[in-house]
Ligand binder design. Structure first.
Ligand SMILES: [Zn+2]
Length: 112
């Protein structure tokens, strides 16, 4: 005869059910955040110097020549850039800007 040993009753009920419902019990009071004390706005009276954009000094060229250049005005008040233009003999030297301001005409030969 055979005999089967059958008597293990492992019924260790390890039913350790911890109540996880411990979380659902928080009555948190929402604290209002402390209002930051507003800083008094101080108007700093800075004497703002009017800054101009650096104006590029542009030499206004007169007929391609700087105003300070010497020109030769003939006796008939014609501005020449070349002192020997057209065999000119009588002329007077002056700066280009002065001659231009005087309203003299420009020579068509040597003034471009
Ligand atoms: Zn000329």
């Amino acid at each position: 005869m055979k005999k089967k040993g059958k008597g293990k009753a492992l019924a260790i009920g390890a039913a350790v059910l911890l109540g996880i419902g411990a979380f659902a019990g928080g009555g948190e009071d929402t604290k209002p955040e402390p209002t930051p004390t507003p800083q008094p706005v101080r108007t700093v009276a800075t004497a703002a110097p009017t800054r101009r954009p650096t104006a590029t000094p542009r030499p206004d060229l007169i007929h391609g020549q700087p105003p300070e250049s010497t020109v030769y005005v003939s006796s008939s008040n014609v501005i020449h850039f070349e002192s020997d233009c057209s065999g000119m003999k009588h002329y007077r030297e002056m700066s280009l800007k002065d001659a231009d301001a005087a309203g003299y005409e420009y020579c068509s030969k040597c003034v471009w």
